[in-house]
Design a protein around this ligand. Structure first.
Ligand code: AMP
Length: 281
């Protein structure tokens, strides 16, 4: 395993691998690695000769009142978790390596960044798209792997790669969950015991959506029923959004025909959790 901070050093090393005809895969992460991240690493490993895992808590995707400072960081533990995957590059740049003081170029996927998390986190997806574009340029991978857990992010990156002609295949992996359905997330570490129990409300609601969708026709009505379900089951949970959308355009569904993306963001105490499920009727 090779730990690299400097973008240029990594680019140079990878240039050699590319010249040898080796296939390169990239897995971007913010560290605090869990089994969800490792499932992406596993997928990438199986598809390429050279594996690059980036660990970078990207300041550009955090709002001024968000958890940038307290976001969990543990590089030593992350390196240990990556060890079983054999030789790989861990790219761990410092913020100043990616954002110079006079940085002023941003990537924005305009329409897809607006709904869902885009509403409450202005600038978040601009930060995500920009850092992923940077990673794509530094690593120039053949493929990059992302999780369906962050569904909107995945769609935005696919669109960005297409719109900006990145010759990179964007591959997705299903959400890895705990035994009780809670999607693994680095932010789960913020939850106390009670909150951890309440946090299953996201998965319970998605399952409820899956059940009810079979019998319902009107999306607005179903949305209302699901909100009632949450209020009844977990009165302390605060729903930021619960939407039934077209999985490709992320536009709200009117009827419930075809595939439906159920997506929600819920505050459990001071922790904001997101989850989603694509449902075919
Ligand atoms: P993050 O470190 O949160 O930026 O996540 C890095 C990558 O891991 C993203 O592509 C996420 O979608 C993915 N990821 C996070 N949690 C999970 C999970 N529970 N299952 C699968 N992928 C995940």
């Amino acid at each position: 395993m090779k730990l690299i901070e400097d973008p240029l050093t990594l680019s140079r090393l990878l240039k050699k691998a590319r010249a040898r005809g080796q296939k390169i895969a990239l897995v971007p992460t913010m560290g605090a690695l869990h089994e969800g991240h490792l499932s992406l690493v596993n997928k990438a490993r199986s598809l390429a000769d050279i594996l690059v895992v980036s660990i970078f808590v990207n300041p550009a995707q955090f709002g001024p009142k968000e958890d940038l400072k307290k976001y969990p960081r543990n590089l030593r533990k992350d390196l240990a978790a990556l060890k079983p995957f054999g030789p790989l590059f861990v790219f761990n740049p410092r913020p100043q390596d990616l954002y110079k003081k006079d940085h002023e170029t941003w990537v924005e996927v305009e329409k897809l960044s607006q709904p869902l998390c885009g509403k409450s986190r202005p600038g978040h997806f601009r930060g995500v798209a920009t850092v992923v574009a940077k990673l794509f340029n530094i690593v120039q991978p053949d493929l990059a792997v992302f999780g369906e857990k962050d569904y909107q992010q995945l769609q935005i990156i696919k669109k960005m790669a297409r719109d900006l002609n990145f010759p990179i295949e964007v591959i997705s992996c299903p959400t890895v969950r705990e035994y009780d359905g809670l999607a693994l997330s680095s932010r789960n570490s913020y939850l106390n015991k009670d909150e951890r129990r309440s946090a299953t409300i996201l998965y319970r609601t998605l399952n409820q959506a899956k059940e009810l969708i079979k019998k319902r026709k009107d999306a607005k009505k179903l949305q209302g029923e699901l909100l009632d379900f949450i209020h009844l089951q977990e009165p302390k949970a605060k729903v930021e959004y619960l939407e039934l959308l077209d999985p490709l355009t992320l536009e709200p569904k009117k009827d419930l025909k075809g595939k439906v993306l159920a997506a929600l963001a819920v505050w459990i105490g001071k922790t904001r959790l997101i989850d989603n499920l694509t449902i075919s009727k």
